[in-house]
Design a protein around this ligand. Structure first.
Ligand code: PEP
Length: 253
């Protein structure tokens, strides 16, 4: 199964920064790595980055989308608009959308459904808050997020769907789950996916780890058998550190 490495730029970047980043990625050999690479820049940079990244082996995605096609929804971007801009992927339920902007499981589900129906491929982000972890509720919370998003989804398949397990307390904090913790949660998530969909679906679904993945911890996390890639925030903003993470992907997967 090909590993999938995503770079979530959040609200960072400019046209100049994007072009410099992509030319540096190409110079460092992004076109010849073994993983699938997806960049999630701010919406405004998607057309530019899609064009400039095509020969660097990189696809682009939206950090978010709205579930309706068009209409009076000031500030929103529809799945078709994302596709029209050149994106092939989207994130649904990133922790900042859930916890800064108040997106519920229901909203995340609608976004996932709409994006997949439009033909985009989606990464569903799940993960527990520190309070939930300390209260021993990690499994209950993550299971609920996975089940809510996936149950009775019609257009979903292992080809168009990826899960990112991102413990919220590890995002942007420099803290990470230990490779053993990540492995344990990924195995549980795979079991839950099997229960909702099928064993075959679960076995073929890629599960990324996210939360302060950096060049110095990437190899250990990415070598765990249930970890099929990473969703990277801060360390994806510099071509050098992002390429170091891509180079840390073990060849056997
Ligand atoms: C993220 O934004 O999904 C993320 C994991 O960020 P960071 O790598 O900076 O923790």
């Amino acid at each position: 199964m090909k590993q999938i490495i995503g770079g979530n730029w959040k609200m960072n970047g400019s046209r100049l920064i994007a072009l410099e980043f992509l030319s540096e990625m190409k110079r460092l050999g992004s076109g010849s790595v073994s993983s699938e690479i997806i960049l999630f820049p701010p919406f405004t940079l998607i057309p530019l980055m899609t064009d400039a990244a095509a020969d660097a082996g990189i696809e682009t995605g939206g950090q978010d989308l709205f579930w309706l096609e068009k209409g009076a929804f000031t500030g929103e971007i529809s799945p078709a608009m994302l596709a029209d801009a050149g994106a092939t992927w989207f994130l649904a339920g990133h922790s900042e959308r859930r916890h800064v902007f108040g997106e519920t499981d229901e909203v995340v589900r609608k976004k996932l459904e709409a994006g997949l129906e439009t033909g985009l491929r989606g990464i569903l982000c799940v993960g527990e808050l520190i309070d939930e972890r300390e209260a021993g509720r990690t499994e209950e919370v993550v299971k609920r997020q996975v089940e809510f998003a996936l149950k009775d989804q019609k257009c979903v398949s292992p080809e168009n769907f990826v899960i990112a397990y991102e413990p919220v307390w590890a995002i942007g904090t420099g803290l990470t789950a230990t490779p053993d913790e990540a492995e344990r949660m990924h195995s549980l998530i795979r079991e839950w996916v099997a229960g909702i969909m099928s064993n075959d679906f679960a076995d073929n679904t890629r599960i990324q780890y996210g939360g302060s993945v950096k060049p110095d911890n990437a190899a250990e996390i990415l070598s765990r058998p249930s970890v099929n890639g990473a969703l990277v925030g801060g360390a994806s903003l510099k071509a050098g550190s992002f390429m170091d993470i891509l180079r840390a992907v073990p060849l056997r997967k």
